[in-house]
Structures are given as C-alpha cells and as structure tokens.
Write a protein that binds this ligand. Structure first.
Ligand code: PFF
Length: 498
C-alpha cells in the first residue's frame, strides 16, 4: 500500500507551531513547573532557567527539527537511514513515548471525572480521602491490580475515543485543525483563571513566597539540574515528537524562528500557570492560617487534592473557577497526549505500509486495552513507577544517544547553511555546533546519572520490580518492531531535503 504524503503534512506553518505548542504545554507546565520554581530558589531560579532555555532548549530543538525536516520521514526510518545498525534506537524513543501516552490517559480520565465533580463539589468535605480512598481506592500492593474501578475505566475510554476521533484523520484535518482551536482556547482560559486568581485576597502572600529570591542557591548544583530537567520535560526535548512534527512540514519552513516562538510560548504559559497556582495558594493560606510552604505540592496532589480543598472554601466562585481549571488541565493534557502517538504511528506507517488511519486505530485499541491496568487500585502507584522509569531513565538515555547521532554522525554542520537561509531571526554559527556536540550531551548525561541514582536510592522493592517490568516491556516491544520484516518497499529509500 502506497503512503500518500499529503496525509501526513501540515496545512500551514501555523498548524505546525500550534501543534508543537500543544505538545509542549501540558501537565508539566501546570503541575510541575510552579513547584520546581518555588522549591529551587524562587526568583533566583530564573537565572538557571533562562540559561537552560538558551543553552539547551532552543539549540536542541533546532537540531531535532533540522534533522526531522531533512528526512521528511519517521524517526525510525531516518535513524535506520543514518545507520541501519541503529534501527533499534529508532524504535526505542517512539515506543517509550507511546508508553507515556498509555499512562497519560489515566490522568486525563481522573481529570475528566473532576471536571464533572467540580460542578457540585462532588469531592465532599475531605478531598484527600475522596481522591485516594473513594476514587482511586488506592492500594500500594500489586494485588490491587485485581480491583477494577469501572468509573475510571469509562472516563479513560472517553479520552481514548476523543483521541481516536482526532488522530485517525489526515494530519491537517485532525491534529492540525484541532490544535488551531484548542491551543488558543487553552491560553485564553488560562488568562481568565489567572486574572481571577490575582484578585483573590491573599494572592500577594502567595506571589511574595513564590518569587522571594534565594540567591544563595545559585551556587548549588541542584537548582541548575532542576532547571535543565524542567526544560527537557516541559519542551519534550529529544523525544522524537519535535522530529516527527518537523518531518510533516512543507518545504518553506523557518525552523529557527519557529523554535524561538514555541520555546517562548511554553515559558509564557508555565510562568503564567505559576502566578495562578501561587495566588490561589496565598488565598488558601490567608483563609486557613496554614503557611504557603505547607500547602504547596506538585503533581496529582496539587490538582486533585489541594485545588479541590481551595474550591471548598471559595464559595460560589468555585462553581466557575473549578470547571474552568479542570478544563484547562484536560485541554493541556489532550493536546500533549495527541503528540505522543505520532512518532510510533508514523514509524509503523513507514515500515509496514499501513495507512495513517489504520495505524492509529490499531495503536489506540492496543493502548486503550493496556491502559486498563491503570483503572485498578494499584493504578496510581503503578503510574508513578512507570512515569519515573520512562522520564528519568529511558527517555533521557534516548535523548543522549539521539544527540550524539544527530550532532556527530549525521553531522549538525550540514544543517547550518540551510537553516540560516530560511531564518528571519537569529543565524546559527559555530557556537551552535559547540552546544549541540559537547555541552548538550554532557549536561543531559549528568541529569541522567542524577536521576538514576535517585531511583536506586529512593526506590522501594515494588518500584524496582515494576521498573524492571517496564524496562522489559519497552525493550521487547522495541525489538519486535526492529526485527519484523519491512512491508513497504520505500522503507530503505529515503530522500533528504538538505
Ligand atoms: N511536555 C509535556 C508537559 O510539559 O507536560 C509533557 C510531555 C508530553 C512529555 C509528551 C513527553 C511527551 F512525550
């Protein structure tokens, strides 16, 4: 079966930029960044943060875009073309990113449930007990896998159906069009929420806490690592998504300027989110007499426990702010989850000659079926283990290898003239080569070693067992894609644009 190029092409540069922003702006911006900023020196964090964006975020994205654009084909196909011995690595990142998709669907499902609950504060007087005991029926033992929770399963399946509805269409008709609506909507709703939060009594208490700079931390290694880690996660660097999205672009893209716009929009959004989160925590602190430091948390605790607790004391306004807040999280999660299927889907289309629509349908059915392990009492804990393994160990290793292959073996120098000839803003020079060849792989390797040590030190026996199982699944699935024979005669045949 021949693949029609137009099924995998953006209709315009705007679709590409908005879909990329949709992928970058996700839960990491809403529930991770505010806490990272607060716990790493407040205002002083901006110095390592800006350095991380300039030194790593932008140069790496340019590299990933440049190589993706050059090959105009999937990640697995391009890596195989660079050197067929590395086909395995070409599948590793897309499979790992697909594993993210599977657990992201659980968080979307929980959020969908909270969107409904927020209309009547259905979490009751004690949001903590509601979330862990009533909704998740959380059990920290793997025997919890046998306790299936239908309401979570249904909420997750609704998310999968929405994803299928968008993804199985041609790229522009589905993802392109949806990004053009949802991403601006996401920004507008966020502006409304933050605008309102800033007017709450006590907002300034939260903001003063957030930005109170602790300059002494600048000499600490950890805050630099936190900044680099945040940028890798938030911009989804090196995860083969930026690569895939760039390969879908037409021939006239200014990738350098696009990169700057995307990095800027992502930072704008997460800093805006931080204003909102801390204004609300300041309000809560004023109402409850609890210090902001004792309220602040991140992740599921922030979204599903702290926020509902705040909505409980907020009176009537909570019926507007609550649904808007959970809608924002849903849209941010949805536009990110849509990106996590693209690298594997495009790689499968390229190797096995299946159509986009068919590949998406198969992947979504398989993903939805596997995701049901998260609709059990052990789901919450399992999600934490898989997330730590994928983000701190598997992906970062992939990113280091990708950086080496692209910068050294593909040779980043090949891209400079081409990128500069399109760029209306900055021009790349030898500084960019130094960054992508030396500084980036070294920095990411340091973050990776730090993460690995964390997991080994902090991990319980359960965590280590489930990390090993996740690793085995990832490695075997990757192996299967690598050794299955290609069905598409075009697989070995890649044109290059640069
Ligand atoms: N960049 C997303 C965020 O900040 O929430 C998270 C993410 C999405 C990470 C997709 C990885 C990924 F493949």
């Amino acid at each position: 079966m021949e693949i029609m190029a137009d099924k995998n092409e953006w209709g315009s540069n705007m679709s590409f930029i908005l879909a990329m922003i949709g992928s970058a702006v996700g839960l990491g911006n809403i529930w991770r960044y505010p806490y990272v900023l607060y716990s790493n020196g407040g205002g002083a964090f901006y110095i390592p943060y800006i350095v991380a964006i300039l030194l790593m975020g932008i140069p790496f994205l340019i590299l990933e875009y440049g190589v993706g654009y050059n090959f105009k084909s999937s990640f697995a196909k391009a890596i195989t073309k660079i050197n067929s011995k590395w086909q395995y690595l070409g599948w590793l990142l897309p499979v790992a990113v697909f594993m993210i998709m599977i657990y992201y669907s659980a968080i979307l499902g929980w959020d969908g449930i909270y969107m409904v609950l927020s209309f009547f504060k259905g979490w009751g007087a004690d949001p903590n007990t509601y979330f862990t005991a009533n909704l998740l029926q959380a059990s920290s033992s793997y025997t919890g896998l046998t306790n299936f929770i239908p309401v979570i399963a249904v909420a997750m399946l609704i998310g999968w159906v929405i994803v299928w509805f968008i993804s199985h269409r041609d790229l522009e008709a589905g993802l392109g069009k949806v990004s053009k609506i949802l991403v601006p909507a996401l920004f507008i709703i966020m502006i409304i929420i933050v605008g309102f939060s800033l007017t709450l009594p006590g907002a300034s208490i939260g903001l003063a806490e957030l930005f109170d700079p602790d300059w002494s931390l600048l000499t600490h290694f950890e805050i630099w690592m936190a900044a680099f880690g945040q940028i890798v996660f938030s911009l989804s660097l090196g995860m083969s998504i930026a690569f895939t999205y760039a390969s879908y672009t037409k021939d006239d893209a200014d990738l350098v300027t696009n990169t700057i716009s995307i990095a800027l929009a992502n930072s704008l959004f997460e800093n805006f989110a931080a204003l909102g989160v801390f204004s609300i925590l300041g309000y809560m602190s004023l109402q409850s007499g609890t210090a902001v430091a004792d309220l602040v948390t991140q992740g599921t605790g922030l979204v599903f426990i702290v926020y509902p607790t705040v909505f409980n004391v907020l009176g009537q306004w909570a019926y507007i702010l609550g649904p808007l807040f959970f809608l924002t999280v849903y849209l941010a999660g949805l536009t990110s989850i849509l990106s996590t299927i693209e690298p594997l889907s495009f790689s499968i289309q390229n190797k096995f000659g299946l159509s986009r629509s068919r590949t998406m349908t198969i992947l979504i059915v398989v993903g939805a079926a596997i995701s049901m392990v998260y609709a059990t009492s052990f789901g919450g804990d399992l999600l934490g283990y898989v997330d730590t393994f994928i983000n701190q160990i598997a992906l970062l290793l992939g990113v280091i290898l990708e950086c080496i292959i692209f910068a050294w073996i593909f040779k980043a120098e090949r891209l400079i003239d081409f990128l500069n000839s399109r760029s209306k803003t900055i021009k790349l020079g030898s500084w960019w080569l130094v960054v992508v060849k030396y500084i980036l792989p070294i920095f990411i390797a340091i973050i990776w070693i730090g993460g690995l040590i964390d997991v080994i030190n902090a991990g319980t026996v359960d965590q280590l067992v489930f990390t090993a199982i996740s690793a085995a699944i990832l490695l075997v699935a990757t192996l299967i894609f690598t050794i299955l024979p290609a069905k598409n005669p075009e697989w070995e045949n890649t044109e290059e644009r640069v």
